[in-house]
Ligand binder design. Structure first.
Ligand code: CA
Length: 237
């Protein structure tokens, strides 16, 4: 069964702590969402396949199939926003989750109000993207220092024809920086342009994306951090 033409958003919540799961479920219902609650990774796969959700909230440590594996699977089949919830994540966990396609990361304990605020922000952004998709689809390939950026495939092709695929967020960051080469792009400008929320003062998501990007781009270009200000892209000196 597919849930289309409906006036509520379905949210798949996968969490093996029964108390947290039911709290999230109750809160989401009250806020007008349709929660699909699940306490097990394997069952989550079944729900996902039979009843594709609009939004996905995943714990990492889960029975049978863990949250990271689920993230990869869901992202390969769906564009639904994925928010990871986890207690005591390492920096590597966060980097990895975003790398494999999660949209956001909340550290437990978090407030339910904040969870819903994040969901709404992501959904609003998605709607904007859909309504602006004409413009977005017409973004053109650009070349920076011999590297071709393809906004339809989210790929970069280096001078020696090596293709590297980026995540959407990584690509959008790089694209924006390459449109403004050798200029400092302020962090909040980049957040506003690229990311889904403006809480840049304490949100580390963009730094994580930049860190991942640096590993993927050719060494001929460099993304420098200008402390307290933002980022600048330039050719390698
Ligand atoms: Ca758990």
């Amino acid at each position: 069964m597919s849930l289309q033409n409906k006036d509520y958003e379905s949210v798949l919540v996968v969490e093996d702590d029964a108390t947290i799961l039911s709290m999230i479920g109750t809160y989401l219902s009250r806020e007008g969402f349709l929660p699909l609650l699940c306490d097990n990774g394997r069952k989550a796969k079944d729900i996902f396949l039979h009843n594709p959700p609009d939004i996905i909230i995943l714990d990492i440590g889960l029975p049978e199939v863990d949250g990271m594996t689920l993230t990869k699977l869901f992202r390969s089949k769906s564009q639904a926003p994925i928010i990871i919830i986890s207690a005591r994540p390492t920096e590597d966990d966060k980097v990895y989750a975003l790398e494999i396609g999660a949209d956001d990361y909340l550290v437990k304990p978090f407030s339910l109000r904040e969870l819903v605020a994040r969901i709404r922000t992501i959904m609003k952004r998605r709607t904007l993207i859909i309504s602006e998709s004409e413009t977005i689809n017409h973004r053109k390939n650009i070349t920076y220092q011999g590297i071709v950026l393809n906004p339809n495939l989210y790929t970069i092709v280096s001078k020696n024809q090596e293709t590297q695929r980026l995540t959407k967020s990584e690509f959008d960051i790089l694209y924006f920086l390459c449109l403004h080469p050798d200029q400092v792009v302020e962090r909040d400008t980049l957040m506003r342009e690229i990311m889904w929320y403006g809480n840049y003062l304490y949100d580390r998501t963009i730094d994580t994306h930049i860190k991942n990007l640096r590993k993927k781009i050719p060494s001929s270009i460099v993304i420098q951090t200008i402390r307290w200000v933002g980022y600048i892209i330039s050719k390698h000196a």
